[in-house]
Design a protein around this ligand. Structure first.
Ligand code: NDP
Length: 295
């Protein structure tokens, strides 16, 4: 347990955009319920500004931070120590400031797999994964799925160099998972090629995060996936996910990204406080906010 003080210690989620994040109300409710002296805020941090933001938090005596789009890879660069998961993924979503040092962890992969296990009851062992995206979250998810024995991962990303770099990481992890980089499809036949036979389709890009403009997923040919396929979208928010709606229309099972948010947050909570997170309470906060209620 942290030293008890009158004044709560600061935690923050650093990203851009970050206004949509449900991490502050989720964690603050958990701190209130457990009586732990922390307070959690969202801070918009532009590209290239992560180091300054982390230095500022440390000056303020913060306990740590979550790091989100687009800073997860930069956070892995600036941490002075990395957990095995963070090192393997080359991405950090949780920083802990410990005795003058910045420790970097990745709780995304564990959070994702816990949601697969406990909510979707989906065992990735031996399954074929279609992964959209090759950023920090995609890397953590891909490496966690390889560690759980996924048979193959198709990495579909706009920037091919990044897709190839993730494929190299998956192959280097030595888990026997096949991996292939695919260009971002430009038409329906192209999407059919990447989705065909997939058992698990993971939407791990930030496309659609802004929730404006036309629905990029409406015409995705999900029907070419395997009969029992599961689709999941890391993007969450009130009103649900257009990606998952399209998948459901084609008969796929779906897993909402807020479950990953819950479980990656629970693991970060434990790293900062040394106490197990009150997961049921955190879930009820997310339910209320995703239905459009206020905290
Ligand atoms: P990064 O910035 O590291 O990566 C962004 C990814 O999105 C890259 O693969 C990028 O491709 C791709 N992308 C961005 N814009 C487009 C576009 N217009 N068309 C196609 N691809 C695009 O972000 P993160 O990996 O940290 O996060 C990705 C998403 O996952 C975010 O939406 C984030 O909110 C969500 N997330 C949710 C979590 C949860 O708990 N539910 C946890 C972590 C993340 P390119 O390489 O070509 O730039």
């Amino acid at each position: 347990r942290p030293e008890g003080t009158r004044h709560p210690r600061l935690l923050a989620v650093l990203g851009d955009p970050v206004e949509h994040s449900l991490s502050p109300p989720m964690h603050n409710a958990a701190f209130r319920a457990t009586g732990l002296p922390f307070t959690y805020i969202a801070v918009r941090v532009g590209p290239g500004e992560l180091r300054r933001a982390v230095d500022a938090l440390r000056v303020l005596g913060a306990r740590g931070a979550n790091v989100t789009v687009p800073h997860k890879e930069a956070a892995a660069q600036l941490a002075e120590w990395l957990s095995a998961e963070a090192r393997e993924a080359g991405a950090v979503n949780t920083l802990v400031f410990e005795e003058g040092r910045v420790l970097g962890y990745s709780t995304d992969g564990a959070g994702f797999c816990r949601a697969l296990d406990e909510v979707a009851h989906f065992d990735p062992a031996g399954r074929r994964v279609v992964l959209l995206g090759a950023g920090g979250a995609a890397r953590a998810v891909a490496l966690a799925l390889a560690a759980r024995g996924a048979a193959a991962v198709r990495v579909v990303n706009r920037t091919q160099e990044r897709a190839r770099a993730l494929v190299e990481r998956i192959l280097a992890s030595g888990r026997g998972t096949e991996a292939r980089a695919c260009p971002w499809p430009q038409d329906t036949p192209g999407w059919e090629d990447v989705l065909r036979g997939g058992d698990l389709v993971v939407q791990a890009t930030s496309l659609g995060l802004a929730r404006s403009g036309p629905d990029p997923w409406r015409d995705l040919p999900f029907q070419v996936t395997a009969g029992t396929a599961l689709a999941t979208d890391l993007i969450y928010g009130p009103g649900g996910s257009p990606f998952l709606r399209a998948a459901a229309r084609a008969g796929l099972r779906t897993l909402a990204g807020d479950w990953m948010l819950l479980y990656q947050g629970a693991e970060a909570f434990r790293l900062w406080t040394g106490v197990e997170a009150p997961v049921a309470l955190m879930r009820s906060v997310l339910d209320r906010l995703l239905k459009g209620g206020s905290d």
